[in-house]
Design a binder for this molecule. Structure first.
Ligand SMILES: [Zn+2]
Length: 1017
């Protein structure tokens, strides 16, 4: 541990234990690493002690103060550190002061502290209450001190035989105040602990902290900083009473009288007029009047060393101690001649502080004006320089009068009024009137009131800073701008102590504000000087006036924030399962001021930003932010979507750290129109993929034909089928037009908005027709018939007519397509020969097809007809009764057309077909074929069988039919012809012809009987 720090800590600890209870806790641990030993000042100063000599010149009009310098000891010792634990010492407390010497090897044997009561410049000395090597503690109890300001002058030390005096080098440092208050209210958050250290530049630097350790640490750090800013600090005075304090000084007194003439005594008149003036001034708000004298006697003690000059100085000092802002001294003039009359006012010259001189002169003008207004002769106003050669550092002569000099020394304006001449023949008469004295007092008051604008509690002639503003100049820097600076002529310096709220005042710096050309004052702050702290900064504004008074003029707060935020990655993707959703994820969020919210502005490129929606993203457990976008919010637009990510931090800043776009496709809603088959006029309308719009309320189709505009528009509502397709079947015949039909489809979405789904079109051909008025079937011959088609029409014109015809026999094996021919009268016809149909008989089917010129086929008509033909007739007959030849005949063969031949197969039933013989027929006229069977060529008699076949024109064999005949056995007899005749005689003649007997005739018997009475007789 740094030895110095250790010792300071130890000694402070002791003093705490002994006498001090104001600090509740104290940490004395100091970092071992702190090696800052360079805090020691290298400056070598001659040590001198100023002693104020009492004036010996009794002349009140001369300078009394003489400075004597006395060199006590020359040494090279340096003060390393001064510490005070209180800026304001309250009743019952003790002030602890620690002083450390630079040389750590020094061991002090004794030490005493010289301190000064600033109000009277009285100095006192106190012995050390404790010492550790080179560090010493002084304790000043409240009881031995007076109320007011004290400053520390120096330390007198003894080291062995050597005695040295160490003067604290900087004026105004190491001051403290003693207050009558029991407890000082620390409304400014000024720390109780104050430490001072002397830096390389010889300046003493204040350090502050909540406790001693902090103060010491801070001091050491401050010393190490090459650009320590603070120069000094004293506690700001209690802010002055809001009252404007006017000190009235009735010149002279009973001990030191003034001019006397005409029975008038100056010291009497001055008190009277001053009292009248006071009475008048006190009518105003915010005015406090103090009197340097209220009785006839001299207000100050009268020791042997009394001088009027000393009395005057004391009057001024006391007035200032009581807060006087201005001092007005009352006098009356005198002359050896009664002709000298009138008023004059003497003001301060511009030595030391021109501003005071100017203010004094202005006041003199105002008062003189009022006095002259009473009728007093105007003797003018003026200042008077000293005559002894004394002057300020600029060579300007001091004032002549003690009043002026002393007031100026204390930073106050003062005027001396010579109201009138007690010796004057005009004035003296007036001065004998009490009312006139009162008028004089009122006139003085008016002048003062005019000068200080005291009406209505007007502004003070005090310096001030009306406005404090903060302006960021960078991420780590800001300016403090002080404006509305009042009574600037009274300002010496404006200091702005600034510290961050973080960790108390550990980073406080005192900045001297720089005056700008526009009259404002500025301090530029870089937070690096404040440990880089961000957050609230507190600034106080102290004005040091030209008299060295400190005034807390203003304060303010400013927040230092970050001006950046970023996002590493932005990912936008179309949801894989629901393509109507976009997933937006941002990660790697860096927002040093904290995230208030992250929003995604999303819009589709379609129609600009008409669909922009701001989505607030949700924070995920891993720190990412997410949102899912439903493209329903964007009119279900497909294509490019823009995604801009906005980050709003907790300081209200907004950033656009990321932007991207994504192109998405969604399943197309497709609208279709499908005509149903056949010549139907029905069309099926459908809308698919409507599901991308969610649960729609309906899907409807507007349908109209292109003909005549939308005159035939109709709405059709679809129904949803199991596949999610919305369908409806319409009949176009309910529309007036034909040709192109338009279909527009709409849907009412779940949220009630109407959505156009798409459109399509279809074509309905013009209606084509074909018809027939009459169909006739007429037999034209044995084997032919005619089909007549009458009144045939087709809307597109007849290309051709075909007539398929087939018999029902054996299915359609005989189907023939006939091309109809057209007659001159427009009748179509087809001639049918049944030979084309295998000579089939029975039902014939007839269909009539019309093909129009567009190729369309129409089945115009169907019918049927019955075809009937004469049967082929097969016969066999004995040609001459001899049973030797039989004629075979096949009639009606012609129905089979021109047969190539007709053949007769003949055989006797006896013994099978062993005697079958084929006889080829000969055509005999119209369709009859004959042949002769010769029995002799066959083996037997009895029953003969005949089968007949024909070879048709096409070479096929056709069975025509059968018959049979009988042949008698040989030996039998027969009569070929019997004729029975009856003659007139009743003879019955029986003629027998063609009598055959195989074995010859022997006899022929004829039996004859009547039918009466039975048979044969
Ligand atoms: Zn006088």
């Amino acid at each position: 541990m740094n030895k110095l720090v250790k010792k300071i800590s130890v000694i402070l600890m002791m003093c705490m234990l002994i006498s001090f209870s104001g600090i509740e806790s104290m940490a004395v641990e100091i970092s071992e690493n702190d090696e800052n030993k360079t805090i020691i000042s290298e400056e070598e100063n001659e040590i001198s002690l100023e002693q104020e000599a009492e004036a010996t010149n009794p002349d009140e009009n001369t300078q009394e103060e003489v400075e004597n310098s006395q060199e006590i000891s020359e040494n090279q010792e340096e003060i390393e550190y001064i510490y005070l634990d209180k800026k304001i010492l309250a009743d019952g407390e003790e002030q602890n002061i620690v002083v450390a010497l630079e040389d750590e090897e020094k061991k002090l044997d004794s030490a005493s502290l010289i301190y000064e009561f600033k109000e009277t410049a009285e100095r006192n000395e106190i012995e050390a209450s404790n010492m550790v090597d080179n560090t010493v503690l002084f304790t000043l109890p409240y009881d031995i001190l007076s109320q007011g300001s004290y400053r520390l002058i120096g330390v007198e030390c003894a080291i062995g035989e050597e005695k040295i005096f160490l003067e604290f080098q900087e004026e105004e440092i190491a001051e403290f105040e003693v207050s009558a208050e029991d407890k000082v209210k620390d409304t400014e958050a000024v720390p109780e602990v104050t430490a001072y250290a002397m830096g390389d530049d010889g300046n003493v630097v204040e350090e502050s902290g909540d406790n001693i350790t902090e103060a010491v640490e801070s001091a050491i750090r401050q010393m190490a900083a090459p650009t320590a800013i603070s120069q000094f600090s004293t506690r700001a005075r209690e802010s002055r009473d809001s009252e404007f304090v006017i000190a009235l000084d009735p010149g002279h007194d009973s001990h030191c009288g003034g001019a006397h003439a005409n029975g008038l005594a100056e010291e009497v008149l001055t008190l009277k007029v001053a009292n009248y003036c006071k009475e008048e001034l006190e009518k105003y708000d915010g005015v406090k009047v103090i009197m340097t004298r209220t009785g006839a006697e001299c207000p100050n003690p009268l020791p042997g060393s009394y001088s009027s000059a000393k009395d005057i100085r004391q009057r001024v000092q006391k007035a200032v101690q009581q807060g006087a802002d201005v001092i007005v001294s009352f006098h009356f003039n005198s002359s050896g001649s009664g002709s000298a009359n009138g008023a004059e006012v003497i003001y301060q010259n511009q030595s030391y502080d021109a501003a005071i001189g100017l203010e004094s002169k202005a006041l003199a003008e105002k008062i003189q004006k009022e006095l002259v207004a009473l009728g007093l002769k105007d003797r003018g106003i003026y200042s008077k320089d000293s005559t002894d050669g004394s002057h300020d550092p600029n060579g300007v002569k001091d004032d002549y009068w003690t009043l002026h000099n002393e007031a100026k020394a204390l930073g106050k304006p003062a005027v001396l009024i010579e109201h009138a001449f007690v010796s004057g023949n005009v004035d003296s008469a007036n001065l004998k009137k009490e009312s006139y004295l009162k008028q004089l007092g009122i006139a003085d008051a008016k002048g003062i009131i005019n000068q200080y604008d005291l009406l209505n509690g007007g502004p003070r002639k005090e310096p001030g800073v009306g406005k404090i503003e903060f302006k960021a100049t960078g991420e780590d820097t800001f300016d403090v701008i002080l404006s509305d600076v009042k009574n600037e002529e009274k300002i010496q310096t404006i200091y702005v102590p600034i510290w961050s709220a973080n960790n108390n005042q550990d980073d406080i710096y005192w900045y001297a504000a720089q005056r700008q050309s526009d009259g404002t004052y500025k301090v530029s702050v870089d937070i690096k000087k404040h440990k880089g702290d961000r957050g609230n900064y507190i600034a106080h504004v102290y004005i040091i006036d030209k008299q060295g008074n400190q005034i807390l003029a203003n304060d303010g707060q400013y927040k230092v924030i970050y001006y950046h935020a970023s996002i590493d990655t932005l990912k936008v993707s179309q949801n894989a399962t629901d393509k109507t959703k976009l997933d937006i994820v941002v990660s790697g969020i860096n927002a040093p001021n904290g995230v208030d919210r992250i929003q995604a502005a999303v819009w589709s490129e379609n129609n600009g930003q008409d669909d922009i929606v701001w989505y607030t993203m949700s924070k995920q457990s891993n720190g990412d932010y997410k949102v899912q976008v439903n493209i329903a919010n964007h009119k279900y637009d497909a294509g490019i979507y823009n995604v801009h990510i906005y980050l709003f931090d907790k300081e209200g800043l907004s950033f656009l750290p990321k932007a991207t776009n994504i192109s998405i496709s969604v399943p197309n809603v497709s609208i279709a129109a499908k005509p149903l088959p056949d010549n139907s006029t029905q069309v099926q309308l459908s809308a698919s993929n409507v599901g991308i719009y969610g649960n729609v309320q309906n899907v409807r189709f507007a349908v109209w034909s292109a003909e005549n505009g939308q005159d035939d528009m109709k709405w059709y509502f679809g129904t949803r089928n199991n596949s999610g397709v919305w369908q409806v079947t319409i009949d176009t015949s309910t529309h007036t037009g034909t040709g192109v039909f338009y279909v527009h489809s709409y849907s009412v979405l779940a949220d009630g908005t109407d959505k156009f789904l798409g459109n399509t079109e279809f074509t309905v051909k013009k209606q084509t027709t074909a018809s027939i008025e009459k169909l006739e079937v007429n037999k034209t011959n044995e084997n032919t018939f005619e089909v007549l088609l009458k009144g045939v029409t087709a809307s597109n014109g007849v290309k051709n007519i075909q007539v398929p015809i087939w018999s029902e026999e054996n299915g359609q094996d005989d189907l023939v397509w006939y091309d109809a021919s057209k007659k001159a009268d427009g009748t179509y016809y087809v001639n049918v020969d049944i030979k084309n149909h295998k000579y089939n008989t029975g039902i014939y089917n007839i269909h009539v097809y019309l093909f129009d010129k567009t190729g369309k086929a129409f089945l115009l008509k169907t019918t049927s007809t019955r075809v009937e033909l004469a049967e082929v007739k097969i016969t066999a007959s004995d040609m001459d009764g001899s049973q030797k030849n039989f004629q075979l005949k096949a009639a009606n063969v012609g129905k089979y057309g021109n047969v190539q031949n007709v053949r007769f197969a003949v055989w006797s039933a006896e013994n099978g077909q062993d005697d079958l013989i084929w006889y080829t027929g000969k055509q005999n006229g119209s369709g009859t074929w004959t042949a002769t069977a010769e029995i002799a060529r066959h083996k037997s008699s009895g029953t003969f069988l005949v089968h007949v076949y024909a070879m048709l024109a096409d070479g096929t064999d056709k069975f025509l039919g059968t018959t049979s005949f009988e042949v008698k056995k040989q030996g039998v007899a027969s009569i070929g012809k019997i004729d029975v005749t009856t003659d007139e005689k009743g003879n019955i003649n029986v003629n027998l012809a063609k009598v055959y007997a195989a074995t010859g005739v022997k006899k022929i018997s004829v039996a004859v009987w009547s039918e009466t009475n039975g048979r044969m007789i």
